[in-house]
Design a protein around this ligand. Structure first.
Ligand code: IMP
Ligand code: MG
Length: 419
C-alpha cells in the first residue's frame, strides 16, 4: 500500500458515502449550468423564480434517472446478478435495496422545504441528498404500506449523546402515533446492560408514556429493546416496575446466533481489549477500559474528552486487528466510535434488527425502517442495519422528529388517495 493510498483510505473512504457523493456529482452539472450567481449584480439576468423552475426541472429529471438506475439494480438483485448492474459499476460499494426509491417525488418534496433550486451559490450538498434519500425511502415504504416495524438507534437518534429519553422529548407522541397505527417498535441500541432497570433509566419518558396512554394492552406490548447491538432483548411489560422484562435468549435468538461459541466470544473480546489497551498506551489517552459480558470499550476518565482523530484511529486499528484474526472471521462484531468512547460489541445491528423482525413473527426487510445516525462504512454501528432492512440516516434527534412527521403526513396523503 503506498503512503498516498493509505492517506486516501484513512482520511476519506470511511468518511464518505459513495452513493451520496455520486448523486451530488450528478446534481453539480445543472447547478453549474443553471444557477445565476451574477443576478446579484446584473438585474438583466432572468428572474430567480424562473431560474429556480429551470433548475428544479433539471435536478428532478436527474433524480428520475437515478430512480430508474436503482430499479434496474433491483431487477438484477431479483435475478441474482446485482454485481453486474449499471449502478454497481458506477457505485461499487452499493449494496442491496429492499424497496425502490421515490427519488423524483422526494426531491420535489425536499426542494419545497429547503429551496435547493433557488440557491445560486451553494450547490446541492451532502445533507440535501441525505434528506432526499430519507424522504424517498419513507415515500416508498408508505406507498407500498403498511410500515410494519420501525427500529430506532438510541444515542443521537432518540436523544442527545449520552442522555436519556425524558418525558418532554417530542419524539414520544410520534412513536405513540406509529404504535397506534399498527407499527411495531424496536429500540436497537449499542448500550449494553443486563438489567431492565438500566434501560428504564435511559428510556423512561417513552416507557411511562406508553404505560399511561390509552393504547390497548396488546398494542403496548409491540415494543422491544435490543441492547448491546444484538445481545440483550427486553419487551414492554406493564406489570414490571421497570416496564420492561428480559426475554430469554432461546425465545429470540436467530439460529445462526445460537452457533456463536462462548469461547469465541471471550477470545474476540480479549483481542479487542489488548488492542484497545495498546492504543490507549501509544496515544497517551486518559481512558478507562470497560469490559462487559458481550462488549469491551474505552471511555474517558472524568473531565477528559477524546478528539475525533484519536477515536477514529482507535476504531480503525482495533477493527483491522479483529478482521485479521481467525475468530474475527467466524464471529460478527462491531467496532465503533460512540462520539466520546470506542466500543467493540459482539454481533451488530443487522442481527439486532433481524431479531426484532423475528420477535414480531417474521417481518420483512422491505416493511422495516431503521432510523440511525451512524452510517459511515467504518467506525459506525447503524451501517450494518442496511443488511436487514431499509434505513434513514438522521443527524440529530430533531431530524428524527421531522422524519416521523413526514411519515405521518405521507400516511395521510396516502389514505386520502385510497379513500
Ligand atoms: P447507540 O447510539 O444507541 O447505539 O449507543 C451507543 C453508545 O452506548 C456508546 O457510544 C456508548 O457510550 C454506550 N454504551 C454503553 N454500553 C455499551 C456497550 O456495551 N457497547 C457499546 N456501547 C455502549
Ligand atoms: Mg447513535
Amino acid at each position: 500500500m503506498t503512503t498516498r493510498y493509505r492517506v486516501e483510505y484513512a482520511l476519506k473512504t470511511h468518511r464518505r458515502d459513495q452513493l451520496i457523493e455520486w448523486i451530488k456529482g450528478l446534481l453539480a452539472v445543472p447547478f453549474v449550468l443553471h444557477s445565476q450567481p451574477t443576478a446579484v449584480w446584473e438585474p438583466t439576468v432572468e428572474s430567480v423564480d424562473h431560474m429556480a423552475m429551470t433548475a428544479q426541472r433539471r435536478y428532478a429529471e436527474i433524480m428520475r434517472d437515478v430512480e430508474e438506475i436503482v430499479n434496474d439494480h433491483i431487477a438484477h438483485q431479483k435475478a441474482g446478478t446485482q454485481n453486474r448492474s449499471k449502478l454497481k459499476l458506477l457505485v461499487p460499494s452499493v449494496a442491496n435495496f429492499f424497496t425502490p426509491l421515490a427519488l423524483h417525488d422526494a426531491f420535489i418534496w425536499q426542494d419545497q422545504r429547503r429551496f435547493i433550486s433557488y440557491r445560486r451559490f451553494v450547490p446541492p450538498s451532502f445533507n440535501d441528498i441525505r434528506l432526499v434519500l430519507n424522504t424517498a425511502q419513507v415515500m416508498s415504504l408508505v406507498r407500498s404500506g403498511p410500515l410494519e416495524l420501525v427500529t430506532f438507534d438510541g444515542d443521537v437518534t432518540l436523544y442527545d449523546d449520552g442522555q436519556s429519553l425524558s418525558p418532554d422529548n417530542p419524539v414520544i407522541p410520534r412513536i405513540l402515533r406509529l404504535m397506534r397505527t399498527g407499527s411495531k417498535i424496536g429500540i436497537v441500541t449499542a448500550a449494553g446492560y443486563t438489567e431492565a432497570r438500566r434501560y428504564y433509566e435511559r428510556l423512561y419518558g417513552l416507557l411511562d408514556a406508553i404505560y399511561t396512554s390509552a393504547l390497548p394492552d396488546s398494542t403496548k406490548e409491540n415494543l422491544v429493546v435490543l441492547g448491546g447491538e444484538s445481545n440483550f432483548c427486553f419487551k414492554y411489560a406493564g406489570d414490571s416496575p421497570d416496564l420492561l422484562k428480559l426475554v430469554p435468549r432461546q425465545e429470540w435468538l436467530l439460529k445462526e446466533m445460537v452457533l456463536w461459541e462462548e469461547s469465541d466470544i471471550t477470545e474476540l473480546l480479549d483481542i479487542a481489549e489488548a488492542s484497545l489497551r495498546d492504543t490507549v498506551k501509544n496515544m497517551r489517552m486518559e481512558a478507562i477500559l470497560v469490559r462487559k459480558e458481550r462488549a469491551v470499550g474505552i471511555i474517558p476518565k472524568p473531565g477528559y474528552k477524546f478528539c475525533r482523530e484519536t477515536l477514529e484511529e482507535t476504531v480503525l486499528i482495533t477493527q483491522k486487528i479483529l478482521e485479521l484474526s481467525e475468530v474475527g472471521r467466524r464471529l460478527p462484531f462491531c467496532a465503533f466510535n460512540g462520539g466520546n468512547d470506542v466500543f467493540v460489541d459482539i454481533g451488530d445491528k443487522s442481527w439486532g434488527v433481524l431479531a426484532c423482525q423475528r420477535f414480531f413473527d417474521g417481518i420483512e426487510g422491505g416493511k422495516t425502517l431503521h432510523i440511525g445516525d451512524q452510517f459511515l462504512s467504518a467506525g459506525a454501528n447503524d451501517f450494518k442495519a442496511r443488511l436487514a432492512c431499509t434505513t434513514a440516516w438522521i443527524a440529530n434527534p430533531a431530524e428524527t422528529v421531522q422524519l416521523l412527521d413526514e411519515i405521518a403526513e405521507l400516511d395521510e396523503i396516502q389514505q386520502r388517495k385510497t379513500r
